[in-house]
Design a protein. Structure first.
Length: 296
């Protein structure tokens, strides 16, 4: 049976039904899903009561997976057994709510900033898939911004100004905007800054797209203040309400997004009182954004 994709926003985001991701996905169904993610950039699969192994099996169809950057934090222990599952929760290894001053909690506050996953890695993320296992009674939504539509709406003068620019991204920059993690030299060296293009062509749709994130802190060839002002201006433009969709979670939702042409952010909730347990798998891209430009 063909999948059904119902638009959830005028420009992007599709709600996918008529597929059970607990079962192996047939090649024809996978081709339909791949076509849908190319068109919509964000796909919502409601009612998918999958476990970690099933989530990994589905995600691996799209390419090799990467682990969590949070694992470089010293003095912390992983809560989840499988390294392919990235723990997006407010829980420790005993499933207890993290203390307000816990470094893992402070690190995770950065997820409330507009970002695209793993742009701080030389080879960044292609797709992310987030599964809702436990949700709080209020808050904790995820917002998505369509970076292709935002690029299309830019004035011609701005598109010409930013063509060919390269930004530097660092996870420690974005984390430093929300908390003092007291990062030591070893932690900083484990994830050094990396360059990423500011505008890229999305391979699936062949559309041009902004490539922004709170991880971006400077633009090569520009004075730091000028580069920061440009990044802030583009981010403010790209996250106008007309480009944004808010997803309000229900247990069993699996949401998949294309990091190459979207940004997202988590919304606040009372994380010192209520549990939120989300499991993420992330597909690594095949090359750095600079190498993809060279190969185009």
């Amino acid at each position: 049976m063909p999948i059904k994709v119902e638009p959830a926003h005028p420009d992007f985001v599709g709600k996918v039904t008529s597929v059970d991701l607990r079962r192996p996905v047939e090649p024809a169904t996978f081709a339909e899903i791949e076509d849908a993610i190319h068109r919509h950039a964000v796909l919502i699969f409601p009612g998918q009561m999958i476990d970690d192994a099933q989530q990994i099996a589905f995600t691996t169809l799209f390419g090799p997976l990467e682990g969590a950057a949070k694992s470089v934090l010293k003095g912390t222990k992983p809560r989840l057994e499988l390294r392919e599952i990235i723990d997006v929760s407010n829980l420790d290894q005993d499933n207890t709510i993290l203390a307000e001053t816990d470094r893992r909690r402070l690190y995770s506050l950065g997820n409330q900033l507009w970002h695209t996953d793993a742009s701080f890695r030389r080879i960044p993320a292609r797709y992310s898939l987030l599964s809702a296992r436990v949700i709080p009674p209020a808050g904790g939504e995820t917002e998505f911004a369509d970076m292709r539509a935002a690029y299309d709406a830019l004035p011609d003068t701005m598109r010409a100004r930013i063509e060919g620019l390269v930004a530097e991204h660092s996870i420690w920059h974005s984390r430093g905007l929300v908390a003092d993690l007291k990062i030591d030299e070893d932690e900083r060296a484990a994830l050094p800054p990396v360059p990423q293009v500011l505008v890229r062509t999305h391979p699936g749709s062949k559309r041009r797209s902004l490539y922004l994130a709170a991880h971006a802190f400077r633009i090569r060839g520009l004075p730091d203040a000028e580069g920061k002002a440009l990044l802030d201006e583009l981010t403010e433009f790209a996250t106008q309400p007309r480009f944004v969709h808010t997803h309000r979670w229900t247990v069993g939702d699996l949401v998949m997004w294309d990091n190459r042409c979207t940004m997202h952010r988590g919304r606040p909730y009372d994380d010192t009182r209520h549990r939120r347990d989300m499991h993420r798998t992330t597909v690594r891209d095949h090359a750095s954004t600079l190498d993809q430009v060279d190969a185009a």
